[in-house]
Write a protein that binds this ligand. Sequence first.
Ligand code: IPT
Length: 995
Amino acid sequence: MLLHWLFFAIAQACLCFVSVTHRSRNSLIPKRQWLQDLVTWDQHSLIVRGERVMIYSGEFHPFRLPSPGLWLDVFQKIKALGFTGVSFYADWGLLEGNPGHVVTDGVFSLDQFFAAASEAGIYLIARPGPYINAETAAGGMPGWTLRLNGTLRSTAPDYLNATVHYLSVIGKIIADAQITNGGPVIMVQPENEYSTWPGESFAQFPELFNRELMTFTEDRLRDAGIVVPFAINDNENMGYFAPGSGLGAVDIYGIDAYPFRYDCGHPYVWPTYRFPTGWQTNHTTFSPSTPFTIMEFEGGSGDGWGGVGEDMCAILVNNEGVRVLFKNNYSFGVTIFNTYMIYGGTNWGNLGYHGGYTSYDYGASITEDRQIWREKYSEMKIQANFFKVSPAYLTATAGNVGNGSFVSTSTIAVTPLWGNGTTTNFYVARHSDFTSTGNASYTLTVSTSIGNVTIPQLGGTLSMIGRDSKIHATDYDVGGINLSVLVLYGGESEVHEFALPMSTGEPKLSNNSTAKVAKLGSAWVINWQFTTSRQVVTIGDLTVYLLWRNEAYDLWVLELPASEPIGNFTSMSKSNVIVKAGYLLRTAIIDNNTLHLTGDINCTTTLELIATPSDSLTSVTFNGSPLETTKSSTNNLLATISFSPPEIQLPDLSSPYHEWKYHDSLPELSPTYNDTIWTLCTHTSTTNPLGKRTPTSLYASDYGFHTGSLLYRGYFTSTGTESTFTVNITGGVGFGHSVLLNSTFLGSWAGSGANETWIQNFAFPVTLEVGKNYVLTVLIDHMGQDEEAPGTDAVKYPRGITDFSLQGREMEDVEWKITGNLGGEQYLDLVRGPRNEGAMFAERMGWHLPSPPSEGWESRSPVCDGVDGAGVGFFTTGFELDVPSGWDVPMSFVFNGTEGGEEGTGGNYRAQLFVNGWQFGKYVNNLGPQTTFPVPEGILNYNGKNDFSLALWSLDAAGAKLGGFALVPKAFIKSGYSKPALVDSPAWVKRENAY
Ligand code: IPT
């Protein structure tokens, strides 16, 4: 066997007949008229540039990480998983906040996203909506669409027209980045789950769904130049829009599935009602001519206000979940597989819907602050690396699920995947009860080229220990390449077995190995028990590593770059290196006899070169620095990188000596406050489906205010009879409000994790004076619009005041004014987008931006002094950072303790954080759960001055101060990342028309 090609497979061991035959690649002739010939497909898989590729993809939204210089870091961490793709949404609502003006500059530009994907070698699946869901405000539709008369996502002309400009702009941007133009985009999904929604579907509500809507959207995208295949994500797995299904049908039919659901509060309880058992049948019924595609498969889960925190969601979908349910997906032959989310990011700047809070960590494999310590990252890595290099899988056909004929016990269910044109079969085994945490022993009878074989053949039994699943491969065909290194891994103490054709030569065991080796028929059979120490078997030129799973976690498979157009994209024609390391390896290049690696360490780490395409490597560099090398007992090159974290200076934001400047941010309470230029609520009609319950509409969206917070002023002249004000307010789940009469605080609603609306009575504490003018001030937290089910217009559910009464008076006797963010839809800050600011005075003045005019302001700390009484205080400060280059130090602002107005009692208060002008957190002390707010480098200036401010809203008469507040480094990672450029963060300038 010549070492021309390096092949690596991390396989779940047991029986692998590794066939090392040379087979020429099938010529893959397109069966239909493609619009291009670089991305084609058949019933088995996608075919890119004539080669079958496992599209193993993760969802990552650029708009949730508004530091473009970090996108490459995330892509490299995804590539290092062995993934080949990323799926992303674009958020129309962030791009076209002002109707007719689609802004695609700065953090909203996708140029760097596409460039970074190509550099990392990641294919992209673009999902531009116009509707995206994604836990975004209004499901990604701009606020102004709430005023459309027609039903959103219907064929109402005003809705269709509203989408045209956006679709042409985003369509062109995506079209330019298609593979046909040398870019990374290989597939596009118009709309999102248009066909279905839990509990509602075509079948139940046919009148709500409209095939023309899909056609219209597709046509706009085709007009913009999209030629790669269109895909659909059908949540109900009913074949909607599958090829041949009629109008609007796409090229590639895909499904969505969230079987773990969302109960992060009970993360060890796996709900079973959505666990898939028959997807191969559905697929062949609904879309037999396309690859089995899962456009979204739950890779984390979501949490909301008053919830339990994102880390709990990471437990709900943890490494065991990935083991059992991802492998179950492979048993159905999925070859286009996207997991949602692989990196969640942040709902900065009010971009989220009301059901979620600032963190969109999602419990994903890569944490919100881009760390990869969650075990499922490693689990996904060992799985994806197997499928990346198992061409036989890409043509296999799923057999019947849970077939009892293969296995010795009914507690284990096995689904076979039969080789099609290859001799390879795969058998995916799991507990019959998916959720079982028990242990089971089994033997397996498999069909092979030498007849039926029951394994293990040399004694012992196979085992399924706790929540686990295994892939057993027979006659494993590596597709005509030479295999030089094979890694087989398993859990500690498990017995596994593999076999090789006799012709490969006699296996030799490492000294420590207790494996049994026997000749059986025409094969060598090797049977061993995993321990935590490595065992090695050599057979001719092939080295087989038998690794405890946790050691396999430390292996990194790096593709060496190829010439263009493949470059860093995946192809079986490329060579790989396998290096054992610690935290992360990103890239590898071989130059002469030197291996240049980039990567990250978080402790002193020894690199071991497990497999390289050349035995003549003599030196290694790491992030550009040469390393001293030695040799291991098995002749692998070793090199140790030492680690000592830097000391960095951080501001002590809780200290009484740290200077904060303070300004009142609810001056509306002052009798001298002038609101003459506020918007009068004069609309006597509304398009809102809720209808109008007040003489003039009081819905914020009717006046162009859609985000952050809302302020209302209700004027009346007293007749001396008014004693109570009753108001029905809607702010979205978790919202709160405070109500004042002139300067007198009447009360607040502090919010709950369940209420989207709240009705409250406010008794006036004194008798009002006849003939005197009074003003009611209502401050409302706006938590974002809801999302949408097609045809329901749920997005339009209003925010603001829906209804009120002033006891003893007519509604008409009160004249209302409103403000939200300054400028409303004609928002001022084009750099930070349409949702970054709300109604609060300091925001309207732009004081949250860098360098506010705070010289003459009072010195006052949000921790030591806080806000007196009910109201809003604005605190601003600055600090310098100087993080040495080569160190990735993710940082978070952390609220410690829950102090309220009275020492140690907690309290009802809310705070918004602004970092260099970017709203990077909405904290609700009485609800939580989020207390830690990561802010990415680039938004935070790691080498220079930062402006930080905090709008602190006390909903209690007792006032509020923070229990403690700190900027906390969450990790010190010596990193090969590209240091992100500082994000353009324009400073404060006086806003002429601010009020
Ligand atoms: C699915 C959406 O398509 C996606 O945008 C996101 O919202 C996800 O849910 C949940 O995080 S839709 C769901 C009904 C499967």
